[in-house]
Design a protein around this ligand. Structure first.
Ligand SMILES: Nc1ncnc2c1ncn2[C@@H]1O[C@H](COP(=O)(O)OP(=O)(O)OP(=O)(O)O)[C@@H](O)[C@H]1O
Ligand SMILES: [Mg+2]
Length: 215
């Protein structure tokens, strides 16, 4: 669950949110609509923590994971397509790197062994062992062919990039999924794939869209 408590935000004299209280619960897909400039994107950014409200708080159920669709097309230039998707589950990704660094230690002690065991356990619970194949499957479903998976993000076209970033947001079954205008840069095929994906989604989805048909 995400709870928004007494959230207030103003830019100068323009009050976008005044003492907003609302909760979003598991199993629902919420459509956020409103006129241009009403504050939809700002609201999504408040939920994700990218923007701090002037007053009030946003809290999510402890242990739940939030994923956001990135609009930044150049944020992963030096990363491979496959790894970009896996990075969608930040905690799993960080743990994987920490774990690898630990195994690389030259003076690997018994204590390190214990620590590694714990990390492996956690990693397994996060679905780490199937992460690579899960990410590849997502990409394939989205029409990003196998031969592109090892390419760097900077070397692929914009229309493929948006699919990769979509796969990144959806990867690892996030408890809370925030999508701001997801259909903007997508082709019709991918839009219809996303419609089906979201229709079956069991967690919380918040989607901002001007596309009535999509909503
Ligand atoms: N950093 C900022 N400083 C000042 N004003 C801002 C800032 N960010 C957004 N605004 C203003 O806040 C209002 C809400 O912006 P926001 O981008 O959230 O609207 P939106 O509902 O997402 O619009 P659109 O439908 O065009 O995407 C707009 O009037 C915008 O100009
Ligand atoms: Mg917006």
């Amino acid at each position: 669950m995400i709870s928004v408590n007494n959230v207030t935000l103003a830019y100068g004299k323009r009050v976008l949110f005044d003492e907003v209280n609302i909760s979003f619960v598991k199993g629902n897909c919420y459509g956020v609509i409103g006129a241009n400039g009403a504050g939809k994107s700002t609201f999504i950014k408040i939920l994700s923590g990218e923007i701090e409200p002037n007053k009030g708080t946003v809290s999510i159920t402890p242990g739940e994971r939030m994923a956001v669709l990135r609009q930044d097309q150049f944020g992963f230039d030096e990363v491979s397509v496959l790894h970009t998707v896996m990075m969608g589950h930040q905690k799993m990704w960080d743990l994987m790197n920490e774990k690898d660094a630990l195994y690389m230690k030259e003076d690997f002690t018994e204590a390190d062994g214990m620590k590694a065991g714990e990390m492996e356990h956690q990693f397994g619970e996060m679905g780490g062992y199937t992460a690579e194949s899960d990410a590849a499957q997502f990409l394939n479903e989205l029409g990003v062919k196998e031969e592109m998976h090892q390419m760097l993000m900077k070397d692929i076209g914009g229309n493929i990039k948006v699919r990769v970033l979509l796969a990144q947001a959806l990867f690892g079954n996030p408890d809370i999924l925030l999508l701001d205008e997801p259909t903007n840069n997508l082709d019709v095929e991918t839009i219809s794939w996303l419609e089906n994906f979201l229709a079956d989604y069991q967690n919380i989805v918040l989607v901002v869209s001007h596309d009535r048909h999509f909503l």
